[in-house]
Write a protein that binds this ligand. Structure first.
Ligand SMILES: C[S@@+](CC[C@H](N)C(=O)[O-])C[C@H]1O[C@@H](n2cnc3c(N)ncnc32)[C@H](O)[C@@H]1O
Length: 273
């Protein structure tokens, strides 16, 4: 039944896509237009040769992770379980289209200070760093609890950029998040892809709103994953500080732009299953 509802909702978006794209283009917001441009590029795989090569390199890392049988312990979460890297990759890593979307949004917005909650194996992080690579001031901070995943991602990230371009904050968020908040950051792009429950998602959003630049973008993953996440997304998109939101079913994009007086304008699109 749930699957049927999901497919109906997605079909509805597909039918309405052109209307929704036209509606987006009627608003005069730079970030919104750049996000739409990124969406169109990914939706229709409209890539140039450099982008194709860049994505090929990112996907080679995914493919090698999907063959990796190293066991990873979940002890840090108080769970007596071990999982192979290949299964962690299959279950946890963002799908290719959503990684490409991250890449183009960051590139188009010229984001220079990017935060990710949920490093995992660094698959999305690989795309983020590729997008930031030629940004002289570009810096990427990502947060992960499992020490072995931090080690694996760090190795991958250091093959793309210098070590000073990224930082992996290792440890449970209950411990690392307060430390992050005390630091002197102003993020312009935030990807929330870890600890998918209602209260944590809302806490991250509300606390991070104080650590963003004048115009910034949040992406929340798994907004339809549970009743709690659906509620969290509803609260976020109606928040007083939010100007625009784009619901992609899998992910929710939010624009906070202090120079724009429009509030809580909502769009729905569908990128990929
Ligand atoms: C969905 S995965 C991130 C996937 C990654 N962004 C990608 O697309 O490649 C979420 C990660 O968040 C980490 N995580 C979840 N809750 C956490 C917590 N409370 N403290 C620290 N890490 C946590 C998990 O260990 C997991 O690796």
């Amino acid at each position: 039944m749930n699957k049927l509802i999901k497919h109906c909702k997605i079909l509805f978006r597909i039918f309405n896509q052109n209307k929704e794209i036209k509606r987006i283009s009627e608003y005069n917001n730079n970030s919104l237009h750049k996000i739409l441009k990124a969406y169109n590029k990914v939706k229709y795989s409209n890539f140039n040769i450099d982008e194709i090569n860049s994505f090929k390199e990112c996907e080679e890392y995914r493919q090698s992770s999907l063959k990796n049988e190293t066991l990873i312990s979940y002890e840090i979460f108080g769970i007596n379980r071990k999982e192979m890297v290949k299964n962690i990759c299959k279950k946890g890593a963002s799908k290719i289209k959503f990684c490409q979307l991250l890449y183009f949004i960051i590139k188009n917005l010229n984001s220079s200070s990017v935060l990710e909650i949920g490093t995992n194996l660094g698959i999305s992080g690989t795309y983020i760093l590729k997008a930031l690579k030629n940004q002289t001031a570009g810096k990427f901070i990502t947060m992960e609890g499992i020490p072995e995943l931090c080690k694996i991602s760090s190795k991958q990230f250091s093959s793309i950029v210098d070590n000073n371009k990224y930082e992996i904050k290792q440890g449970l968020y209950d411990y690392t998040f307060p430390i992050l908040l005390k630091e002197n950051h102003l993020f312009d792009f935030i990807f929330v892809d870890g600890n998918h429950n209602k209260q944590s998602t809302l806490d991250y959003f509300n606390l991070l709103k104080k650590k963003i630049s004048n115009s910034s973008v949040f992406i929340f993953d798994d907004i339809n994953w549970s009743k709690g996440m659906i509620k969290a997304w509803n609260i976020i998109k109606n928040d007083n500080d939010v100007n625009y939101s784009i619901d992609l079913y899998q992910q929710g994009i939010v624009i906070i732009d202090n120079n724009d007086s429009n509030k809580n304008i909502k769009f729905k699109l569908h990128l990929s299953y």
